[in-house]
Structure formats: C-alpha cells, structure tokens
Design a protein around this ligand. Structure first.
Ligand code: 0A1
Ligand code: ZN
Length: 877
C-alpha cells in the first residue's frame, strides 16, 4: 500500500497483501554529518498468487547505482519518479543492490536519517515511523513486510565513537584512516518503521538485567556528555517496567542488549525501535534540581510505554497504518496500569481522564474527528492523535473490564500465541481475546469505527412501594465529518447506589439472590432500563465509576446530589468527578450571568475537605481544582474567549475566597514537613502545597505573593520552584519580573528546563502576551527548528492563552499564521500538529471566527507540505 502520490488518499478498504516481501536486508552505511552513503542488499520474495511488478518506496536520496542479481542496471531497466521504484525484471528470489547518498545535516523534518545538534558536536539519529525508512533506502515501506536486518555502520572513530543499530552486536573493528565499523544483527524480523541507527559522541550508563526466563541482558542508556548524569531515573524505571511486563503479561525481553538514546531534536515523545528506543530528551532526562514531579512521572510512563511496545507493536505489529491503535491504544493501556501500580490508581485515572477530556473529546467534537481506526488518510503522520492513543486505550479498558482479570490475561496470551512475529488487524485482536473466553467482542469493533463521543443520559426512578429502582440509560452520538448516522455502542456502566448514610446499597436484579455493592451494566442499544430490586431509600446513583466508558454523562444531578457524592462516594474517581461536575454547573451559571449560588454550593462542598486528615493530599489538590479552561470552552457556543476566561477566573476566585484561610494554613503546615524527597507521599504533599499556594495568592494577593517569592527562592526542587514562578507570573505579582529573570539566568543552558520558562510566558493572560511571544521567537535560545521549543512557546500560547491568542484585533492569529508558514518549510509534522490549535474556529463568535477562517485560508493557499495541507483542509471542510 504505497501512497501513490503525495495528496492521494489511502483507504483501508483498498488493503492488499504485499505482492513482494523482503526476506533479508543487509545495510552497509558510511556515515558523516553531510553525507551518508547507504548500500543496501535486499533478498526479495514474490507472492506467487499476485502477478505484480516489484515496486519499492524510496525518496529524498540521490541514487548512485542499482544492480539486480549481480548485474548493474541501466536507465531502461527501471523507473523511479523520486518516490516509487518499479522494476519489471525482478524475480522471486532476486537480490537487489543499491547505493544511495543523502545529507543528514539538511534534514530538518526529523524523519529518516538526520543530524541532532550542531555540525561539530551533534550526532546522527533516525526516525522511521511511519514512513521514514523510505528516505534511507528502497524498501516496501509498509508495516506488514517483516524482514531480517543486518546493519554495518562505518565512520570516523573520533567523530562517531558510538555506532548503534537494532538487535545484537555482531562485530566491530578498526579501518584505515582513523575509521571504524560496527555490525548489528537483529534476529527478529521487523517492519521497516522499527529500524534505527545512532552514531556520535555519546556517553552511556549500563546495568545488568536478568529476565524471568533467565536471559542476561545489558541495559544501556546513551546521552550527550552533559546529559548522561540525568539518566539514572530512566534506568530504574526501565527495570521496573521490564519486571512488570514479566509479572503481569508473562512477557520477557528477547535480545542481549536493550538500548535507549536521548536526543533534543525529536518530533514526538519517543520511539520504540527494536532494541534501540530513541527518546525525546524531555522524556528521558530527570534530576531533582531541574525536573518536576510531573516530569518524573512522564519519564517513568514513557520509558514503560516504549518498552511495552516490544511485545505490543514489535513482536506483534500492525498490518497497516489503519490498525495503529492496535499497538498504541493497547500500549497506552498497559502503561496506565503499570503507572497505577507504581503510584496511585485513582490519581492516574484522574490524570488520564483529564487528558482525554482536554485533548480527545475536543478532537472528537471538531472537524478533525476520526474513528480510532480511521477509514482513510492522506497524511499518516497526522493520525498519531489523542483519539488513536487515548480513546484507543479506553476501548481496551472496556474490553479488559468485560473479560475480567483472568479472562483478559487468557485473551492476551492467546493474542501473543497467534500473532507473535506477524502483523495483525484489530479484528484479529478481538477474535484472539474473545475466543478463549467464549466471548463475542465484535460489537466493540463499532467503537473502533465510529467517531464522536457518545452522550449517555441516565435517569433514576424509585418506587418506594415495590422498592424497585429503575435506571434508564440512553445514548446518542452527534454526527462527525463523514459519519452522519451513528450506531448504538456497547457502553459498560459501573455503578453503585448510595443510601442516605452514603453507604452503597446492595444491588440485586431479577433472578438473583444476594446483592453486591457495585456492578457493571452494559447498555447495548439506544436505550435500556435496568431494574434493581429490594432497594431501601436510595440517595444518589454513583454512575460510570472509574470512568468505565469514554462518554459524556448527563445524569441530571442537582447540586445537592453532587455535594453528597463529593462527601460520600467510595469511588475516588467519582468523588473527584462530582467536584468537577459541580464546578461545571457553576461555570455554566456564571456564563449565563449568574452563578453566585452555584459557585457557593461547590465551594461549600469543598471547604470541609481541608479538615479531613484521611484524604490523600494529592487527591485533595485535584478535588479543589476546577476543570481546565479547554474543557470549559467546550461547553460554550459561540465562544467568546474573554468571557470564558473571566468565568473561570470568577470560579477560582470564589473558591479562594471561601477556602483561602484553610489553604494558607495547610500550606504552612505542609511547608514545615521535609519537602525534597522523591517518594510518592512527598510528591502528593507537594501537589497540595502548590495548589494551596495558588488559592492563597487569590485570597490575599500581597501576602500570597510574598510567600510565593520566598518559595521560589527556597524551593525544595523544581516542582515548587516552577509552581511558585507560575503563580507570580500568571497573577502578575510585582516579584514576577525578578523571578522570571532569575529562572532564565539559572537555566539558560538547559533547553528542556528553559522550555518551562517559554511555556509559562506564553500563558500570561494579558493582551500584550502576543508581543511577548513574538519577542521570544527571536530569543537566542528559541528555534523553530526544535519541536520542543515550538510546543513550549507556540502550542501553549494557542491552546492555553484565551486572552492573548484570541485578541480582538487578530494579532494572536497573525502571529500563529506567520510561524506556521515558516515552520511548514522546516518541519511539516510539527507544523501540522501546531495547526490543530486552529481547528475550532467555527465555534468562535462571528468576528473572531471570520478572522481565523481567513487566516486558515491564506495558510492553505501557501502550505507546501501534505501534512499541514491535510490539517488545514480538514479544519476548513
Ligand atoms: N510510536 C511512537 C510514536 C511516534 C510516532 C511517530 C514518530 O515520528 C513521526 C515518532 C514517534 C510511540 O507511540 O511512542
Ligand atoms: Zn506508542
């Protein structure tokens, strides 16, 4: 399934098995900063059932020579249009040899082989998912062609002392003229997107590891010399992840070495190349002085995610890119369970649902909505989305819940048994999970194929006479682009009924004896009623516990119901969600011009929690935090960004007024405890400390700012320093300027830490933040060539700064437009991601809507890359 032309749409329904396979590929690469000479030797196999001419992907390199079965080819023996090589003379068993050259230093798109860092000090690195391998060598660059790789790297020893590729080391030696070579052999057949190489002046740390099966593995993490001291935490996280996969899935590592490399120039978070994971340094490096607790959690989660791909993605890979969620949704789910086990399941669930509501729900409600398994794409790199990853993980969670703990494991064992070493589809996955459990999971395929977030309506009805509680559930999904009519989906609803004392009432349905405190009912049609018998005096239903399905729940709760649930619900997630729902009711009322009563209900419900010593401090911090601004914006049409900002401010201020004194007291108490440690309990206390500081600053701006300024200076680590700085800057405290200058000074040579400084300034809710961001684009440490810088400054600005980005004169949009124009020529993947910040123009009030539309139209007329064009076109459609 080669993409026939850049703008062409690829359809799932057109999938054909590969007509040609590659049994072996031998790569021999001569590396230097400005030129890589790639010699490749493919052993080809033709599918006898198909009579197709050999067609290989290949682009962006200069071809030096081609030979088939030992004979040099002339211009008449093949065609190459700069994208697709066609070779009619190839036969089953033919050997194709090619020599090509390319310039890694000119590759600013960061796909294929590129230079990370400067000509003088940088190193060479690859990124091949999804279609980067074709920029290195001719190959059927599709995930269902699995080949055995042997890779020989040659380079100047002083400039490139470290030479890495996938698999096990298979020899190394000296060459004349100060050069050397290293060979790597990967015994596991793999698709081309998992190929990687790294060459440069890197240092490493090393640890031995013995798998449960007894294989001795050397774990090594490589980084540039100034960063190697910050890799220890990632190493520990890696060992925890390896053990966890052995214990929970029986999956062991399968090579003699496992390597991770950190680079500052990377389009995404990290990449699971076989045996040679490559990481965005932001998600690998951590140290107590410079990394926040969030940073530590991200490192652990992403190290685990990439490691877990070794089985879910690498050993069992995807048949085609439409099946991307087969590896991504599943791997995100595995990481979520791991992270929950390492810390707190409730907090992890809250964080994951926050992410879903901030990123995935808006995606699913806008012009870029697509199913977890899209039916077509024109630029595959634009489908590494919150929908494929995070909604995909929610689908796995529902399926795992449906099978139960033992059934899930049985199903996963069967999945590995059937598909190890192969490329699979989502249908095959569902069959492998369902069959050993006697379960038909095919109804869940609809979840994969249907875009949009279902709205779940719930109504409870109690008949005191018969003691029957009837729960009626209905679902509705609004149309999304290309899908006007929606099917009903299977929706598992985990629930309890709370009595007037807050305790769960026993739930019993017809034909059952006894009762359980919690159960799951599945809504399997548009509407259904569930009857619970023998119910004594229910107070409120606790529905969708633990967020048992990725839906928007509308249960008609009153403020009193929610305040009750907030006090009593035994499900920590739902307790938190009760607070979120109360805050949403207050926000809605504020947007209507009222809100005093609703805000008071929320704040009054929260106030007593400060006195509850049994409450986990991190959970308390989350309970007293209103929904994110992106989530709230979703509730309004048309959107007047200034009004949304003002309403959220009013919500925060009202809470601070009510609980400010308690927050200040709690802050002082927490500040007296030892604060610098990295264990979970210390992290949880810090989360509350920071939230209390924020409330204090709103309650008493001057006194609070004094405390924040002191906290900034005397911070026990980055979590405190970053939070104190944020409070000073976002609340426009007089001390802000000095603290910002200090932060810049301290961290000016540490790019990932300085990104916190860029991101914070991008969020300042004042109209002249536009000029500030424009000036920061010219800051000596900023570069449009670096995706981390772009995300920190520009993505944060567009996504989180309602006041400045949406400035009425259009200056915010103009800034984004010019940045996107430049970025499109440098790095299309990053440009396309940034452009998604403009997708919701249609929801804006008329004046801004028109301004943003014009900006999108100018951009689409200018755009060069298929990636940016795709996002703009779909946004405008
Ligand atoms: N498979 C990686 C994500 C990834 C995708 C594309 C990339 O380059 C364009 C890089 C990484 C993961 O899920 O971690
Ligand atoms: Zn992944």
């Amino acid at each position: 399934m080669t993409d026939p032309s850049r703008d062409a749409v690829v359809h799932l329904r057109d999938y054909r098995k590969p007509a040609w396979r590659v049994e072996r590929i031998e790569l021999d690469i001569d590396l230097s900063v400005r030129e890589a000479i790639v010699r490749s030797r493919l052993t080809l196999a033709r599918d006898p059932a198909q009579n197709e001419v050999l067609t290989l992907d290949g682009e962006g390199f200069a071809l030096q020579s081609l030979a088939l079965d030992g004979a040099q080819l002339g211009a008449n023996d093949y065609t190459w249009d700069g994208r697709e090589l066609r070779m009619p003379r190839a036969r089953d068993g033919s050997v194709l040899e090619s020599v090509a050259t390319l310039d890694p230093s000119a590759n600013s798109a960061l796909q294929g082989l590129y230079l990370s860092g400067s000509d003088e000090h940088g190193f060479l690195v690859t990124q091949c998912e999804a279609q980067g391998f074709r920029r290195i060598a001719f190959f059927p660059d599709r995930p269902d062609v699995l080949a055995r790789y042997t890779v020989t790297l040659r380079a100047d020893r002083a400039r490139f002392p470290v030479l890495l590729s996938n698999g096990n080391p298979a020899g190394a030696g000296e060459l004349p003229d100060g050069r050397h070579w290293a060979r790597w052999d990967d015994p596991h057949p793999k698709p081309s997107y998992l190929f990687a190489l790294v060459a440069g002046r890197l240092e490493s740390i090393e640890e031995p590891y013995v798998t449960a099966e007894g294989r001795a593995v050397t774990l090594r993490i490589y980084a540039e010399p100034d960063a190697i001291g910050r890799c220890g935490y990632a190493m520990e996280a890696l060992k925890r992840a390896m053990r966890w996969d052995e214990e929970h899935y029986g999956r062991n590592y399968d090579l003699d070495v496992f390597h991770i490399v950190a680079t500052h120039d990377f389009n995404m978070g990290a990449m699971e190349n076989k045996g040679l994971n490559i990481f965005n340094a932001k998600y690998l490096l951590a140290d107590p002085a410079r990394s926040s607790d969030d940073d530590y959690r991200h490192v652990e989660a992403i190290v685990a995610h990439e490691y877990f791909h070794n089985w879910t993605g690498n050993r069992v890979t995807c048949r085609d890119w439409f099946q991307l969620s087969l590896k991504e949704g599943l791997t995100v789910f595995r990481e979520q369970e791991f992270s929950g086990d390492m810390g707190s399941h409730a907090l992890k669930r809250i964080e994951d649902v926050q992410l879903l509501r901030r990123a995935q729900f808006p995606e699913d409600a806008g012009p870029l909505a697509h199913p977890v398994r899209p039916p077509s794409y024109s630029a595959i790199d634009n489908f590494y989305t919150a929908t494929v990853y995070d909604k995909g993980a929610e689908l796995i969670r529902m399926i795992a819940g449906r099978l139960g703990r033992a059934g899930w494991r049985r199903g996963m064992d069967e999945y590995f048994r059937r598909h190890d070493g192969h490329a699979a589809s989502i249908e095959e996955f569902l069959a492998a999970l369902g069959e050993p459990n006697g379960a038909d999971l095919s109804p869940y395929l609809d979840w994969y194929e249907q875009a949009g977030t279902p709205e779940l309506r719930a109504r409870g009805d109690y008949d005191a006479q018969s003691k029957v509680y009837t729960l009626t559930l209905k679902q509705h999904t609004a149309p999304t682009p290309g899908q006007a009519h929606k099917r009903a989906l299977p929706i598992p609803v985990r629930l309890a009924l709370l009595g007037h004392d807050g305790r769960p009432l026993p739930l019993r349905m017809a034909g059952e004896t006894g009762g359980v405190a919690e159960r799951v009912v599945e809504l399997d049609g548009a509407s259904r009623a569930f009857r619970f018998l023998g119910i004594e005096k229910p107070r409120v239903a606790s529905l969708l516990r633990g967020f048992s399905a990725p839906v928007r729940l509308e249960a008609g709760y009153t403020g009193d119901d929610l305040a009750f649930a907030l006090r009593h619900d035994g499900d920590e997630f739902n307790r938190w969600d009760a607070s979120q729902q109360l805050a949403r009711l207050a926000f809605d009322a504020l947007m209507r011009g009222g809100g005093e009563r609703e805000t008071a209900v929320w704040a009054d419900a929260l106030a007593p929690l400060f006195d509850d010593a049994s409450l986990d401090p991190a959970l308390l911090a989350e309970l007293v935090t209103p929904p994110d601004v992106i989530e709230l914006t979703e509730r309004v049409t048309p959107v007047d960004p200034l009004a949304v900002h003002a309403a959220r401010e009013a919500l925060e201020n009202a809470l601070a007024l009510r609980v400010g004194a308690q927050a200040a007291a709690r802050h002082e108490a927490l500040a007296r405890v030892e604060r610098g440690a990295l264990d979970g309990a210390s992290q949880n206390r810090r989360r509350l400390l920071n939230r209390c500081l924020a409330l204090w600053m709103r309650w008493q701006p001057e006194a609070g700012a004094e405390v924040a300024a002191t906290r900034y200076v005397l911070a026990a680590g980055m979590t405190e320093r970053q939070a104190a700085l944020a409070q000073l800057v976002l609340r426009a405290a007089p001390q802000a300027h000095k603290a910002l200058a200090d932060f810049e000074q301290r961290y000016r040579d540490d790019a990932i830490t300085l990104d916190k400084w860029f991101a914070l300034q991008a969020q300042i809710p004042e109209r002249d933040a536009v000029e500030r961001v424009a000036a920061l684009i010219d800051h000596p440490r900023f570069s449009l060539r670096n995706p981390n810088r772009v995300h920190a400054l520009l993505r944060t600005f567009a996504a989180r700064n309602l006041v400045a980005f949406h400035r009425a004169d259009g200056a915010g949009y103009a800034l984004m437009e010019s940045a996107l124009e430049r970025l499109d020529r440098i790095n299309p993947t990053t440009a396309a991601r940034l452009a998604t910040a403009l997708k919701d123009w249609r929801r804006l009030e008329p004046d801004r809507r028109e301004r943003m539309r014009r900006c999108l139209e100018r951009l689409v007329a200018q755009a060069r890359s298929p990636e940016l064009t795709d996002i703009l076109r779909r946004s405008l459609a």
